[in-house]
Structure formats: C-alpha cells, structure tokens
Design a protein around this ligand. Sequence first.
Ligand SMILES: [Zn+2]
Length: 216
Amino acid sequence: MLLPELRQIVCDLHAELPKNNLVAWTSGNVSARDPESGLVVIKPSGIVFEDLRPENMVVVNVDGEIVESDYKASSDTASHCYIYRHMPEVNGIVHTHSRYATAFATLAKEIPCVTTAMADEFGGPIPCGGFALIGGEEIGQVVVDTIKDHRSPSCLLQSHGVFATGPSAAKAVKAAVMTEDNAAIVWTSMQLGTPLKISEADIDKLYDRYQNVYGQ
Ligand SMILES: [Zn+2]
C-alpha cells in the first residue's frame, strides 16, 4: 500500500471535522500532498466519517488520476489537485460546509478582520470567492484566484462553503477550525451592532508577532 503514514494522518484528520462540528453526514474532505512523490491522499466519495480507514483513502496523482484505490475519489478531487498544481507551498487542503462560515458565503460576504485572533491567524479578512459548480476544477480556480491576493490561508466560496489550505494537512485543518470559530464570533457580534474595525497597521503588527514570535 502506498503512503501508509500519510493515509493514517489524513484518516485521523478527517475525525477532527465532525469533532469540531465542521461537517454533517458525509460532507467535507481533507487531502494531503506527499512532498516527495507529489502524490495526493484524499477522502473516498460518500463514505461516512466513522467508516473511514487508512486503507480506504484514495491516492491520486496531481492531475487527479487514481494511482491506488478500491473507491471513487471525493467529488472535489479535481479542485484539490488544481490548487496543489498552482500553489507549490500548499501540502494540505480541507473543504467544509461549516455553519457560520457558510452563512457568510450565502451572502458572498467576506469575514471581516475584527478580532486580534483573526489578525494573528489570518492577517486580514477571510475573503469570499465567486460561485462555481461542483465536480470539475472550477472550484479550485476560484480558491486560487481568491486567496492569492490575501494572507488568509482559507477562503469562502459563494453559496457553498469553506476551503482551507496549509503547508501540511494538520495546518489546513487548524485553518478550517479557526475560520469557523471566527465566523461564529463575527456573526454573534453582528447581532449586537457593527463590529469595530482594527486598523491595517495594527493588523500588520499582530500578524507579524504571531507568525514570527509567538509559540516555542
Ligand atoms: Zn462542498
């Protein structure tokens, strides 16, 4: 079996999606690229989260062609692969329809950067890209076009949901969790009034400190 360790990692990370209330039923998926071989491990299509095992993960090449699998790959595979081909620094991708973030997406509204945690993690707003149909690589094109002009590793897709990226699949899952958490905070704050802005200069300082100084 190819890439047993990466299969295990991607399988374990899928369990984080229901645990963090980011998905319902079979929606949502995680993929990871093996930096050495360039192969991608992704969720099989339409299998419930509890039944996912390292063995039923699908291995595809970066053009989305199946290399090793007994199952059909996720219907978002072509879009994941488009992102990997156009963003060499990305080795992990997560897609969800998480509740609060998708609510913003139904209005094609970005999530504004109005908390220090958001400035730390996203360095600005979480942008929203335009509408694209599911099945081909159109969604991947929208994701690449939307996040290339932002610091945010994640974006919303109009009327659809969230795509989060990272240098590893674990980092992409973290971005997906933080996207939903911030969407919920901003939505709650909007029920109370208009959230106050943080200046660009302060966002820059917060982002720089968190990315370069924070942690061990
Ligand atoms: Zn979707």
